[in-house]
Design a protein around this ligand. Structure first.
Ligand SMILES: Cc1cc2nc3c(=O)[nH]c(=O)nc-3n(C[C@H](O)[C@H](O)[C@H](O)COP(=O)(O)OP(=O)(O)OC[C@H]3O[C@@H](n4cnc5c(N)ncnc54)[C@H](O)[C@@H]3O)c2cc1C
Length: 428
């Protein structure tokens, strides 16, 4: 009888949770360990700057449920500090080591800090976790001065909308010409109008030159000569992959964990990555590896990474989704499908629906409060974007897959050595 195997999932976010579920759905019966540095089970992170921030939801309201019995060993409030891939060992604080047969890296991203910002001032915050939302709430409660958010992307705009819905004054500061500028002129004009109608301040095309902190407030001198006085400042200027713990492990860390098209990490054996941290070539678009920082992608990628880890590298299937994301602001639902950020040009497809074109090809769409039309256009886009390399067919039932044992349960297909270099460049 062979020894029990152990799959470790590093990162207890949505990608990690959905990967764990998929392993069990496929009949993986051996040990499963989930390591997460936050003190709680995976939760609905999009609620952080909306319902948790407003107080409409408490932290346990946003906990995600599992669709199957995970029978996992949870190591919450525990940070993975180092990976030794050649020994298949993860280091935890206090000298503890966890051995693995297969590893799923799903450690997400961490908010980017702004050089020069007084980052130790409790009124200057980032917003990624439930604890961050609680800290922002405390800063807001301590002062009736306005809030300021630096960054006019999705997280910044959503924060501003939450502030206005909570009856707080807020100003968005961004160096782009308009909020959500990367989603094209139609969306950014509509977003400008929406925030203006709700009396959120917009200081666009500028940046912070100096910070002045006093007991009463945080002052921000902007490059356009304006002075903002705030009781709370949120930095929403993007994020960086949470890969510090992977340095020196042999994984290729280039803006995230570099993976092949089927999510196997380059450079080591039996490690896959999923969610915001993973950078992989989506063959539906091209062979350039990129990261996608959206919820639905993290869900689908977690599941795909689990399937491929069990199947083994040689039978793995490229992960080639049509990415889909949404943003809720005030009562408006903004939807993004495909890769709008790759667009070189835009076209109006229908009222409120913008198409993004690259080399004469539709590669993304954005909808402004048009959920029905977006369903239709999502189907259309999916048809127009076939996966370039045909996916290898692999049954998902535990009975017939490559990783299935004679008892019908899945075990890992172990890889002797990793594929060196950038496998997809040679068509691998
Ligand atoms: C405020 C906010 C609002 C958002 N709203 C939307 C939205 O409206 N729509 C949308 O599509 N997307 C939204 N997103 C993006 C979406 O939430 C993410 O794409 C998704 O959560 C990514 O999931 P993940 O599992 O890859 O990473 P995460 O959810 O970040 O989970 C990773 C987990 O790993 C932990 N971790 C990191 N390093 C270690 C370590 N060394 N050891 C152990 N654990 C570690 C992290 O603390 C975290 O708990 C939002 C994101 C934020 C921050």
């Amino acid at each position: 009888m062979s020894e029990a195997e152990r799959i470790v999932i590093a990162g207890a976010g949505v990608a990690g949770l959905r990967a764990a579920e998929r392993l069990r759905e496929l009949g993986y019966e051996d040990e499963l360990v989930i390591i997460g540095d936050e003190p709680r089970r995976p939760y609905h992170r999009p609620a952080v700057n909306k319902h948790v921030l407003s107080g409409a939801a408490r932290s346990h309201d946003v906990t995600l449920s599992s669709y199957v019995d995970l029978d996992a060993r949870w190591r919450l409030g525990t940070r993975a500090t180092r990976l030794e891939a050649d020994r298949r060992v993860i280091h935890l604080p206090g000298g503890e080591e966890i051995r693995y047969d297969g590893l799923i890296v799903a450690t997400g991203v961490v908010p980017r800090h702004l050089p020069g910002a007084p980052r130790h001032d409790p009124r200057v915050r980032v917003l990624r976790t439930v604890d961050d939302a609680h800290a922002v709430r405390r800063a807001l409660a301590a002062s009736d001065k306005p809030a300021v958010v630096i960054g006019s992307g999705l997280v910044g705009c959503e924060f501003a909308a939450s502030m206005r819905q909570m009856g707080r004054d807020v100003t968005v500061v961004g160096h782009a010409r308009a909020p959500l500028y990367r989603f094209g002129p139609n969306i950014s004009a509509a977003m400008t109008d929406l925030h203006t109608r709700h009396r959120a301040g917009l200081e666009m095309g500028t940046e912070v030159r100096h910070w002045i902190t006093t007991r009463e407030s945080v002052g921000l001198h902007l490059a356009n000569s304006k002075l903002l006085v705030a009781g709370c400042v949120v930095l929403a200027i993007g994020s960086v992959p949470a890969v510090d713990w992977l340095r020196g492990s042999g994984l290729v860390l280039e803006d995230g964990v570099l993976c092949d098209a089927s999510l196997f990490a380059i450079g080591v054996a039996d490690v896959v990555a999923a969610g915001d941290v993973a950078r992989w070539p989506n063959l539906r678009f091209d062979e350039v590896p990129r990261r996608v920082e959206h919820w639905i992608n993290a869900v689908e990628m977690g599941r795909a990474a689990a399937e491929n880890l069990l199947a083994g590298r040689s039978s793995a299937t490229p992960f080639a989704p049509v990415p889909r994301a949404w943003s809720g602001q005030y009562q408006v639902r903004v939807q993004m499908v495909g890769m709008p950020s790759l667009g070189e040009d835009t076209v109006t497809l229908a009222e409120g629906v913008t198409g993004f074109i690259r080399s004469g090809r539709l590669i993304g769409i954005c909808g402004w409060d048009r959920p029905r039309e977006m369903l239709k256009w999502t189907e259309e886009l999916t048809e127009r974007l076939p996966v370039r390399t045909p996916a290898k067919r692999r049954p998902l039932s535990p009975v017939a897959g490559e990783g299935a044992s004679s008892t019908g349960t899945y075990r890992l297909v172990r890889t002797a050595a990793s594929t060196p270099g950038h496998a997809w460049l040679s068509g691998g």
